[in-house]
Design a protein around this ligand. Structure first.
Ligand SMILES: Cc1cc2nc3c(=O)[nH]c(=O)nc-3n(C[C@H](O)[C@H](O)[C@H](O)COP(=O)(O)OP(=O)(O)OC[C@H]3O[C@@H](n4cnc5c(N)ncnc54)[C@H](O)[C@@H]3O)c2cc1C
Length: 482
């Protein structure tokens, strides 16, 4: 009889290219998956219904994958620190395997579980860095410290050889009927739906759940769209990006497999433009890792600004302005289109994430942490490291050296939505408004009234001046204190 190994899935909802799962299968033929619905995560006030709906769909697909290879994916609902070791004990499992994560909560939780497993003489293996191509301690400066700036990080990261994808789980023995009964007694439940858990999302998802859909999306993207990525990726009205973010967040696709697909696309590229486009997409994957490494090395990022100037910034936090921003009623068409896309789709184009983040912080002078949380409440791909990194970058409070970045919503719209297609798609009141008014945001007051669209809630030029003044004051203050 083979030893039972439990493989604990967390942000790796797949059986292909899963390093920890391969290690588990290498240890024993009897590998059973387990996923824990953690009330401490699900009861937070920043959980997006779209994200939970996608996750639950992915778990359903993962259960089917386990069934196809002869085993099971068990579902627990409870504090993982208690229910994972309890299940392992009840089933007399030899070991629990999992992949390691960068987030502060995961690490604290995992260390506690390790202690409990140890005290119960249950083996464990958790060292695999499955969700990133390089472990945080592999990418270091000459002085052996973590990078705080992206460009040199990219130079180092891209020069390192990447691991190949690992084989898909082909077959495994599952629990016997008696063991399944024991598992039930130990808390295993049938997979609930997102709705059962109180998360209602009736909108479309930006990507269908499950491994097969993610693989299909990767293939479609790397077969065609990637070749024009460099040019198209900035236009929110164009479907020019991969929309793989939710799949990457939940590890529904393996990062090694994704990387290999880019290498294959490079092999077939016939022009410098195509090669540059593929490189640009690889750089986005590196941004993802940069922010994950940053979160691992500087967990304090999760608590707020990295730069001193922003640590005690006197944000104005006008609640009406914040509400208008959330609802897409600021009177700035590109900002409103983006926020309505977020609210309706649970996803927003990257260019627009930067525009609305700059607008919230530099025009409305509202604490970026409020925006960061609102994004988490809505995004299907909401991810602590990427979201925090994006907000810190847009606020200029993060680790990158450019001190102050202020986007002008009108120039952004003129440059990236010149015909107003994206604005018209998401702001229905503006569909019949002239393009010039749309992209400049200067809609005549009479027309505003007749279409029922708000006048701009602030004046960009005035707010920009005010923000710069506040910034200079804070900078002087923080340098006199240090
Ligand atoms: C304020 C702000 C908040 C953001 N919040 C998130 C978030 O919660 N989750 C998230 O996955 N991304 C976040 N991003 C990054 C980026 O906007 C999304 O990853 C991207 O829009 C997802 O679409 P895509 O999959 O089509 O991306 P593509 O352009 O196809 O890029 C491929 C992949 O690279 C990664 N990626 C791309 N750009 C970035 C980036 N700037 N930072 C980190 N990873 C990147 C993503 O995994 C993405 O799926 C944020 C950006 C900003 C400016």
């Amino acid at each position: 009889m083979s030893d039972l190994i439990l493989f604990w899935h967390r942000r790796d909802l797949r059986i292909s290219d899963n390093t920890g799962l391969v290690a588990a299968r290498g240890r024993s033929a009897k590998v059973v998956g387990v996923f824990c619905l953690d009330p401490q995560i699900l009861s937070r006030d920043d959980v997006a219904p779209a994200r939970v709906t996608y996750m639950m769909g992915c778990l359903q697909a993962l259960q089917q994958r386990y069934a196809q290879v002869g085993s099971q994916l068990l579902i627990l609902h409870g504090n993982p620190v208690e229910v994972i070791p309890a299940l392992a004990k009840a089933l007399n499992a030899k070991a629990v395997f999992w992949n390691w994560d960068v987030e502060p909560y995961s690490q604290t939780r995992d260390r506690t579980i390790i202690d409990i497993l140890k005290s119960n003489s249950i083996e464990f293996l958790h060292e695999n860095w499955d969700q990133i191509l390089h472990a945080p301690d592999e990418i270091r400066t000459g002085a052996k410290s973590p990078y705080t700036v992206y460009s040199p990080f990219w130079k180092n990261w891209s020069s390192k050889p990447k691991a190949k994808s690992v084989e898909t789980l082909q077959n495994a023995a599952g629990l016997t009927e008696t063991e399944q009964e024991i598992a039930k007694q130990a808390g295993v439940i049938p997979l609930p739906t997102a709705r059962d858990l109180g998360f209602i999302w009736d909108g479309e998802l930006s990507i269908s759940p499950g491994e097969a859909a993610a693989q299909e999306r990767l293939e479609e993207f790397t077969d065609s769209t990637i070749t024009e990525y460099q040019e198209q990726r900035n236009f929110p009205g164009v479907d020019g990006t991969s929309r793989l973010s939710a799949a990457l967040k939940f590890g529904v696709i393996g990062i090694r497999q994704v990387w290999e697909a880019t290498l294959e696309a490079q092999e077939f590229s016939r022009s410098e433009e195509t090669a540059a486009s593929i490189r640009t997409w690889q750089q986005e994957l590196a941004w993802r890792e940069f922010y994950q490494h940053a979160m691992y090395n500087f967990p304090e990022l999760a608590e707020g600004a990295y730069r001193d100037t922003f640590k005690n910034f006197p944000w104005q936090n006008n609640p009406e302005h914040f509400q208008a921003w959330c609802e897409g009623r600021t009177g700035y068409p590109i900002v409103d289109a983006a926020m309505r896309q977020l609210n309706e789709m649970g996803w927003m184009h990257n260019r627009c994430r930067m525009i609305v983040a700059s607008f919230l912080t530099k025009d409305l002078i509202i604490n970026p942490q409020l925006g960061e949380k609102y994004f988490m409440q809505k995004l299907i791909d909401g991810d602590l490291s990427a979201n925090n990194g994006g907000w810190q970058w847009s606020t200029s409070s993060g680790m990158d050296p450019k001190p102050l970045r202020i986007f002008n919503p009108a120039s952004q719209a003129q440059k990236f939505d010149g015909e107003g297609e994206y604005i018209r798609q998401w702001v229905s009141e503006l569909r019949s408004v002239d393009t010039e008014y749309l992209v400049t945001g200067k809609i005549p007051p009479l027309e505003l009234q007749s279409i029922g669209y708000p006048a701009p809630i602030v004046d960009h030029k005035v707010q920009q001046g005010l923000f710069k003044k506040m910034y200079q004051q804070q900078k002087a203050l923080s340098s006199s204190e240090s």
